[in-house]
Design a protein around this ligand. Sequence first.
Ligand code: KG4
Ligand code: ZN
Length: 338
Amino acid sequence: NENIYILGIETSCDDTSAAVLKGRKVLTNIVSSQKIHANWGGVVPELASRAHHQSIVPVVDLALRQAGIDKYQLSAIAYTRGPGLMGSLLVGATFARAMGLGLGIPVIPVHHMEAHILAHFIDDPDMHSPEFPFLCLTVSGGHTQLVLVNGFLDMKVIGQTTDDAAGEAFDKIAKILGLPYPGGPLIDKLAQHGNPHAFRFARPEVPGFDYSFSGLKTSVLYTLEKFQKEDPDFIKKHLNDISASVQQAIVDTLLKKVKLALDETKCKHLAVAGGVSANSGLRKALSSLAESMGVSLYVPKPSYCTDNGAMIAIAGYYYYTSDTMRTSFLNPVARWQV
Ligand code: KG4
Ligand code: ZN
């Protein structure tokens, strides 16, 4: 399997990315992040698809050149089928399909959230990757899920958000604070200099392993509106404390259900995936929870947490080498359950 070369293409949201894998080893992983959305407070779908359209050829070309391989050496092309923005998905899917047709090799449709989880098996799979079964907290801009992972291609969602995703909560609250998109990483930075107990924002309750974040956003909005009326510079003056308290509320909410799920499933292995797993407060909280529960914790490299082509390629690798070989083109879908 060391002679399998997979090209992975990711275009589900606002990053155009292509990676080349030799077996499970990453030869190259190119990510072109679209700067165009920063001033809009969120991803503008129409602008995103246009930017993917402009970047896809140079990004794939650079990935192949950096990997030092010829395109005729490729065994297969994996692409993100969904979930994501339809216009963005169409660019990557159509490109992959055409390239696969041209080269006469299979194209492999990949589930974006499955790929976030499989990012744990990139590069050094037998050394540091989670043992099955493990519980995975998948937290991104579009999703927040608790997934029971029984095998590479055997996953079951046991809980998910009923409204906003955790990353969406970070980004929407950042917008309230006047920060540019994506605000998650900025809140993380500011929070490191603030007091997480300065403000007590709401932590909405939902049953089972599910999540809810929209109440937190409203609670931040109403609380700050009140203070801003008294002092128009309130947010500016207390940005670090507000950020730290927001992050604390999101981390507390995430951790509560992780703990519940670990208790009920008796899973001894815990993993985290998706863009928000880059958050330093979440990483710290998860590692102390894991330690106190005698559970081992697995956190991917930050570059494999946020959207990237390597995770699509590794998912493609498992499909390519499995008995159920899913290797024919499927039309992109905006919504798709794991
Ligand atoms: O997985 P990802 O790159 O894209 C999606 O599939 O959505 O996740 C992006 C999300 C954004 O909401 C971004 O604000 C958030 O991940 N994020 C963070 C951090 N880094 C990225 N949120 C909090 N702290 C961070 N350090
Ligand atoms: Zn993602």
